[in-house]
Design a protein around this ligand. Sequence first.
Ligand SMILES: [Zn+2]
Length: 449
Amino acid sequence: MGDMYDLAIKSNAAITPEGSMEAVVLVKDGLIAEILTHEESFDASEFFNAGDHVLMPGVIDPHVHINEPGRTEWEGFNTATRAAISGGVTTLIDMPLNASPVTINSEALALKVAAAKDQLHCDCGFWGGIVPGNEQEIERLAADGVLGFKAFLTHSGIEDFPNVTEADLRKVMPLVAALRLPLLVHCELTTPVINIEAPDPASYQQYLASRPAAWEDNAIDLMIRLCREFRCRVHIVHLCSASALGKIRMAKEEGLPLTVETAQHYLYFNAEDIADGQTQFKCAPPIREKANNDLLWEALEQGLINFAATDHSPAPPALKHLQSGDFTKAWGGVASLQFALPVLWTLARKKEVAVSKVVQWLCEHPAELIGCSNTKGRIARGYHADLVVLNTSSKFTVTEDIIHHKHTITPYLGQELFGSVEQTWLSGTKVFDKPAFTTLNTGKIIRHT
Ligand SMILES: [Zn+2]
């Protein structure tokens, strides 16, 4: 008899940093204590055999809008984190908007932490918000544990969260750099767009033309320049313009502390396929054409784009104006948290990319952004036992009855996806066993320390 472990999970396809292998993962006190071959013996109080299914680290989604408190009718901690664990997401980081108040000072952060109490079903951290004039809040927010900061270069869609200018960033970036935290930036620099002769608010092509790639490219130019000047970690959220990839490559080759994410919907959908009036596809920046999106995928494979994150940003159906199909009035945001893993796996599978790559994109690399690369995102000794069993060959259709988001509206409705999440463990506790939640409220708040 060796050590008595709490849990042993056996799989013929455990995805470790060394690749896919036959392994038995042993868990003790919520951590991965040991990784054995199938031949080695062990003694554990609970045993689970995943067989040929993939055993992988839990997904980390660093870009989620939960909206509670203040807009809980849009999405809340309870529904969002249930959706998360049912989709294999064990850690998510909540954006400083669209809750009310927005997370731009310690008081607002405290309200959010209080709102999350007793309804966290996965681990959750918070980004602090940067708006013009709140630079005196940055150190306090960091002391209270935010994992980094988020700013917009264009209107955020929320009146209480105005965008910053270069002048604001010049005040803020030295402070964020000194804290060694990342500054996440929504990169669109708004300039007037040529008026359209006959405006049709239901036209997707007109919506697309109203937010050109040049807005992203110009904003990224600015952020690279400021990143070089202040040596502040800059993270470009939801990159969608492939024409910015050249300058991103050069900035990375120069050694600037720049990282980039794209979103699953920019890889999965193409503008050519979006019919007029389909406002469930509205987001900013907009979903662009296939030729652009193919280049984003290539950049992800090359490592130029570090990872994909959902930018889960739901709203009540009425705010999506589906009846009128009016893109000018509809809330911009795609609900997708639950499908982060199957969507990316479906794409990877089609392109014959190994699941170990998907694990890098959804687990290892986002862990680096949030400062958890020594504790989360890998099946390795000493890491949190956040684990997911994925049946990579099983396919399912996204129907309203399987969706755990607060609202079922999503552009993925009706899509056939590969990769069903069979089981999810959070710190060694089984929290989801398809289709049921087995343990709730075991999520913890993660803080920068
Ligand atoms: Zn967002």
